[in-house]
Structures are given as C-alpha cells and as structure tokens.
Design a protein around this ligand. Sequence first.
Ligand SMILES: NC(=O)c1ccc[n+]([C@@H]2O[C@H](COP(=O)([O-])OP(=O)(O)OC[C@H]3O[C@@H](n4cnc5c(N)ncnc54)[C@H](O)[C@@H]3O)[C@@H](O)[C@H]2O)c1
Length: 372
Amino acid sequence: MIVGLPKEIKDNEYRVGLTPAGVRALTDSGHQVLVERGAGDGSGFEDALYQRAGATTISSAAEVWAKADMIVKVKEPIGPEYPLMREGQLLFTYLHLAPDRELTKQLLERKVTGIAYETITDRNGSLPLLTPMSEVAGRMAIQVGAHYLEKMSGGRGILLGGVPGVPAARVVIIGGGGGGTNAAKIAVGMGAHVTIIDNNLDRLRELDDIFLSKISTLASSAYMIHDAISQADLIIGAVLVPGASAPKLVTRAMLKDVPNGAVIVDVAVDQGGCIETTHPTTHSNPTYYVEGVLHYCVANMPGAVPRTSTFALTNATLPFAVKLANKGFLKAIASDPHLKAGINTYAGHCTYEAVAVSQGLEYTPIDSLTKK
Ligand SMILES: NC(=O)c1ccc[n+]([C@@H]2O[C@H](COP(=O)([O-])OP(=O)(O)OC[C@H]3O[C@@H](n4cnc5c(N)ncnc54)[C@H](O)[C@@H]3O)[C@@H](O)[C@H]2O)c1
C-alpha cells in the first residue's frame, strides 16, 4: 500500500500523523510511505529522520494525496484539502463529523473511506484513540492551571504545593475519567489538596483505591459542586457524557462564590464545556475572566505539546494503520470489529449512526455495503 503523510495545515496544529518509528513499522512491512516535506517539523522530526525510516519525502501536498492509497493524519481535513481527497481513498484521522456538515458532505460526495480515530472502540467499550489526548490534556491542565495561578499570569498568586506553614492550593476536578485522573496524578504530585467529583460511584471507589488518602472524592450534585468550588483555587472540568454535549455543572451564579483570581481549566470545552461560562479559546488567546475567575478553555490543548502528543497518538493509532496497510481495508475491518467501528463514511454512504442522526442523513450499516 502507498501511505501518505501530509503536513497538517490547521491553525496552530503542530502534530503529525506518524512518527519516524511509525513510518519504519510500515516500510518494514513492505509499504511505501510518502511524507510531505516539513510534515514533522512542528513535532521535532526533520525530513532526514523519515528518510532514514524508509520514507520518500516530497514537496507537494497535492502529490502525497494524489498518490496515496491511505492518508494518515491528525486533524480533520479542512477547505484546501477537500479537493485533494479521492474516491476510494482511505482517510485515517480524527474526523469529528457530527457537527461538521461540510466535511461530511465532501467525504460522501468524493466517496472517501473515512475512518475516524474517535469512534474506534476497544473490548471495554471505551475509545482507545481518544485516551492518549485525554491523558495529555488532563496532565497539562494542572501545569496550565499552576501557571495561571501565578500573579503575573492573572491568577490569585498561589503556589500549587504551598510551603511548610502555608496551605497548598485546593484543586477541584469535576469528572474522574481519563482526563480527570491524569490531572489528579499531577496535582497530587505537586502537593495540592485534590478533590475529585464524579457521578459514577464505582469510579469514585476505584479512585479512592488508587489514590488512597491523597485525594477526597465527592458524589456529583449541584450542592456539592457549589460547595467544593467555593473554596477552590483551581477547578478542572473533565466531564464527558459520550455522544452528548457536556452538562453545565458549574453555573454562572455559582462563580460569584469562587475566590477572585481562581482559575478554571475546562478541558471538556470540546463538548461545549461543563462550566456555563465556558467558550472555546485558542492557544494564541487562551484566557478570559468571568466574575473575576480566570477561564482557560483551549479546545486543542495537546497541540501545545506536539512532540509528546504525536508520540502518544502514534502509539495508539499505529497498530490500526499497520493492520489496514497489511490486510487491505476489507480484510482489516472483517477481522477487527473495533477498527470497523471507526468507519464513518464509505462509498458515498454515512456508515456511523450518530453522525447520520445528528445531520439528518440516511444511516447505512457498513456490513450492508461490504458483505455480498
Ligand atoms: N480540550 C482538549 O484539548 C481536550 C483533549 C482531550 C480530551 N478532551 C475532552 O475532555 C473531556 C473528558 O474526557 P475523558 O477522556 O476524561 O472522558 P471520560 O469518559 O474518561 O471521563 C468522563 C468522566 O465524567 C464523569 N461524569 C459524567 N457526568 C458527570 C456528572 N454529571 N458529574 C460528574 N462527573 C460526570 C464520568 O462518570 C466519567 O468518569 C471530553 O470532553 C474530551 O473530549 C479535551
């Protein structure tokens, strides 16, 4: 198979779809990998590293798209990339189609086989290609929060770990899943007082077993959230209700009781945020204040640490990319129901029910199109 690795062109996106090690895994299996020149620069992988891993580097994105049987990317294609997509081409990347009418239309009209990282499943029913980015964003939330708690950054001037004789910062994490747990690990490591709030009692039991007395756990309710954030220095929003917009668990009215200069990092902003006053921000303009509380709501936090994120992403995506290349699309999905769950578009049909429902399109199960 010819595998194409174009440079990401979305604003402030420095990740890349494959590390040189990922390329090596494909070339070792006999595939040809075409890398657009400079594709890895943002993640610190120069062209020579890809060449040494067996790739051919070419200067034109159009040529990569034109020659490749499978394109491996990070972000969904945007405007200039639409005309480059070809009928029957495999597109393996984050797609997030539900809210993106235009991209869905383009993929259907151009009959692209769109395999979305975010809908590939594992045997526990979770989404293994989302996990690494939640790990990155969760861990990053605390270092970002610690930074903005500094006076010069606009916060209330509190050191996360305190010092002997002075209490540590109070960190309240709402949502104790992948992102929230990773935030808790870093916050505990930095010596903060950590409270995790979740509505899943079994999850709270697990967290209690993992962290022992180093954290407090609270069952989620408006009353307990209000009470906890009233004394918080740093609030992390990490709630997810799969397939739905995040519930607004912290209201604007509650913020009146949060200390001035406290910091909110709403990691769940990509699902609308779990704080009523959240709106998406960017790395170039990441923060704003509401009721004296500093809000950081960057929707692509991992983009700030592209090298770590590219390694983490490739660790999770590569086995699927190799399987697709080695077996070909039809045999690969026939042998792997989790990979099959990633197919959102095929031969002009929408093959992912939630996307079809959210856009009022006809849903066609992939099996009805691929099985004779
Ligand atoms: N901003 C970014 O750059 C970025 C990066 C990665 C992930 N994310 C987002 O972070 C969010 C969290 O992802 P995750 O992987 O940690 O999800 P997850 O499913 O692992 O965890 C979500 C947790 O929220 C809990 N929850 C649901 N409803 C709740 C409620 N009413 N009260 C309290 N807890 C509740 C669930 O029980 C679960 O433990 C998602 O929206 C994800 O897309 C954002």
